[in-house]
Design a protein around this ligand. Structure first.
Ligand code: ADP
Ligand code: ZN
Length: 699
């Protein structure tokens, strides 16, 4: 292990060790070799090029597709005491000239640019003068026409690199793992004998689940209100959906923002900032939102509609839990969505596409849809489904996803299976599942009369079962090979490759699921939310430090997580640093950040401890394992800030009296919703909840 890289990691970024893959990439680059890193979102790609950039002699040029992404990165780097700048269209011409001049003189170690910039004369002049040690291509999949985010200007990067003398090291980073994209990056970018590092795609802390429901709105309201103090993203397929879900939540008093491409730039920018700065902890958005958002404390990502591909889903869901805490990734699934998606595919506009490409694209789209549908309907481990799709080997179920936690009982349905086979034989494999199920149920439907299945022997033979049970049975029979479902658009059921004789000797067990939400306690061990480890006092201190962080963030006009992440604050609560040395031991506290903020946090911690006297701040691991759930689960939504932003200065700080308490109890007792009570009392949702909690009215 290279002591130097570790020291630099600690000094600038405040981390004591590398994560998987990071060190190999850093060392490859430092040895002068090209590198390609394929790592999932949140795995820590930035450090892989930022760290060597600091240690290499000259400048590193980072090509990045989005302005917001660059600005965020540069802010974070500057906060860590690293000289970095961006050059893009948000600057005026004279600012650009100035920045390039500084850069040429070596004022920055890292310069972020959009790919279009590389082609400009001015940038070329600068590059010819400057000492460029490395060119880093971030979001490198944008170079691939196979990917979803193809950017033609990425193709120009090679020309730019080829003009440089001597040739700098080339490093490329992406979260997209498919073989085509990988090959494109290596070939099109012209990487020379690159070290290719692919780290595990698993994000262990993410909890995946799928809810097959029709009343999605009810689910959303209930979930969001139950997690009122957490930050979350709700993705919808269309702008119209976004508007509707946004309305729905806003009307109920949820502090929510919205984002889609139909809004003007100003409004979008404001929404994004409200969300990033935790002024509005929830955002409803189309998939136009998210690239370049690295807000670390997103606690849930709900998909209101099924995404178009697994790549999309993985990336969007992956925006949750970047800080390593356990978030929920929930996909709301309804058969109607699938129908809409199929319809959209059938009516896709191919007018710009060369005729010979139409069929391959159609097939690719259909396949993507099928894979997503499979995900929504699988009854085995969701995580394994995803990992298998991305080409990883899986062994056992993860025990941290909706399916792994669903309770079920197995029912012997061998006899019923025989009835299903009879029915499918009678259809001669001409009809889909809906017809077969309807026939078995003996349903009174015009369609069945029309097809004549009401005259089958099997008509009504399973009328004692429910539709859901028959579907589960059919699913199981497909899995075991007794039935076969065609892949084409009609998707008919046929007899599979197992014979009736084989069924005679077999037992068909079908899992019947009982849907339920996983309790916090089920997310055991290291997957527990870290703040759960804190005692009441610990939590108070955490809140206090968060307040301090917000104060500093306001002074410096940066998002709070640029100062310190939640994880770092929690680590402070656990380690209770007393001086420089112990503060530098805290994960995420590097030298520059210590110089800037260390004292203020040390003072806050000391004052709190003096006030409190002896106290337990966190449970030991054993205690934690045996204890009931921590009652408080808070994200970093700042209510005071929210009130201020919405001109509700009084709501949060008004005191309570006994009379109001009585009212509260009565109203809650009558079954009024918390949001409703909040409106009546002109108080915030969180305040009412906290009060009810204090009175023991809710858990
Ligand atoms: P990516 O670009 O791969 O999506 P980031 O570079 O944004 O991920 O890193 C995600 C988070 O992980 C950031 O908050 C970052 O500071 C943190 N991180 C990166 N490397 C380490 C490390 N070695 N130890 C602890 N935290 C790390
Ligand atoms: Zn699982």
């Amino acid at each position: 292990m290279n002591k130097n890289t570790l020291e630099t990691l600690k000094k600038y970024f405040g981390y004591a060790s590398f994560r998987e893959g990071q060190e190999r990439i850093v060392n490859t680059i430092l040895s002068g070799r090209d590198a390609l890193a394929i790592m999932p979102t949140g795995a820590g790609k930035s450090i892989c090029y930022q760290l060597p950039a600091l240690m290499l002699p000259g400048i590193t040029i980072v090509v990045s597709p989005l302005i917001s992404l660059m600005q965020d990165q540069v802010k974070a780097l500057n906060a860590a005491g690293i000289r970095a700048a961006y050059i893009n269209s948000s600057l005026t011409e004279s600012q650009i000239s100035k920045a390039l001049n500084y850069a040429a003189q070596g004022a920055y170690k890292i310069v972020y640019v959009a790919p279009e910039r590389l082609e400009t004369w001015e940038f070329g002049q600068f590059a010819a003068r400057a000492e460029i040690s490395m060119v880093t291509v971030d979001e490198a999949h944008c170079i691939s026409q196979w990917g979803q985010d193809f950017r033609p200007s990425y193709l120009k990067i090679v020309d730019f690199v080829n003009r440089l003398e001597p040739r700098p090291i080339l490093s490329a980073f992406t979260a997209t793992a498919t073989e085509e994209v990988k090959e494109d990056i290596v070939c099109v970018l012209g990487l020379q004998n690159p070290e290719i590092v692919v780290t595990g795609f698993d994000r262990e802390n993410l909890y995946y689940r799928v809810e097959s429901i029709r009343k999605k709105d009810n689910f959303i309201i209930e979930y969001v209100e139950k997690h009122a103090e957490e930050s979350g993203i709700i993705y919808c397929a269309t702008r119209k959906n976004v508007d509707e879900v946004y309305e729905l939540l806003w009307k109920r008093g949820v502090p929510v923002a919205k984002y889609h491409a139909g809004m003007d730039t100003e409004a979008r920018k404001k929404s994004q900032e409200d969300f990033i700065y935790d002024r509005l902890p929830v955002i409803v958005a189309t998939n136009a939102f998210g690239m370049g958002i690295d807000k670390s404390n997103v606690r849930y990502v709900i998909h209101y509609n099924m995404p178009q591909s697994m790549e999309n889903y993985y990336q969007e869901a992956g925006r949750a839990g970047r800080d390593g805490e356990p978030p929920q990734c929930i996909l709301l699934f309804s058969a109607r969505d699938v129908m809409i998606d199929k319809f959209l595919l059938e009516h896709k506009d191919f007018s710009e596409v060369p005729p010979e490409d139409i069929e391959p694209i159609r097939q690719r789209d259909a396949r993507r849809l099928q894979i997503m549908e499979g995900y929504c309907q699988t009854t085995s481990c969701f995580r394994n489904y995803i990992l298998t799709y991305f080409g990883e080997k899986v062994t056992s179920p993860c025990d941290n996803c909706g399916n792994c936690h669903r309770e079920y009982h197995e029912v012997d349905m061998t006899a019923e299976a025989k009835a299903v086979l009879d029915c499918v034989s009678e259809t001669k494999g001409r009809y889909g599942q809906a017809v077969v199920v309807g026939t078995l149920l003996g349903a009174n439907r015009a369609r069945l009369k029309e097809l004549g299945t009401i005259h089958y022997k099997s008509y009504g033979s399973l009328k004692d079962l429910g539709e859901k049970e028959i579907k589960s049975l059919i699913h199981q029979m497909i899995v075991e090979g007794y039935l076969y479902q065609t892949d084409d658009q009609y998707s008919v059921l046929k007899i599979g490759n197992k014979t009736l004789a084989e069924l005679e000797n077999a037992t068909i067990l079908v899992k019947m699921y009982e849907e339920k939400e996983p309790s916090r306690r089920q997310q055991r061990g290291s997957r527990r939310r870290n703040t759960d480890m804190l005692t009441g006092e610990g939590f108070e201190l955490f809140e206090l430090l968060r307040g301090l962080r917000l104060e500093i963030a306001r002074e410096e006009a940066v998002p709070p997580y640029i100062i310190f992440s939640d994880k770092t604050l929690i680590d402070m609560c656990v380690k209770l640093p007393e001086d420089r040395g112990t503060m530098l031991d805290v994960s995420g506290v590097g030298q520059a950040k210590y110089e800037k903020y260390g004292q203020r946090f040390l003072t806050a911690i000391r004052e709190y401890r003096e006030k409190q006297g002896d106290m337990e701040i966190c449970e030991t691991a054993e205690e934690a394992a045996g204890l009931p759930e921590a009652e408080s689960q808070k994200g970093t939504f700042d209510r005071t800030e929210y009130n201020r932003a919405h001109n509700r200065p009084e709501g949060a700080s008004r005191t309570w009296d006994a009379a109001e308490d009585e009212e509260l109890k009565r109203e809650f007792g009558f079954g009024m919703k918390i949001a409703e009570i909040a409106r009546q009392h002109d108080r915030t949702y969180g305040a009412i909840r906290a009060r009810l909690k204090k009175q023991g009215m809710i858990e």
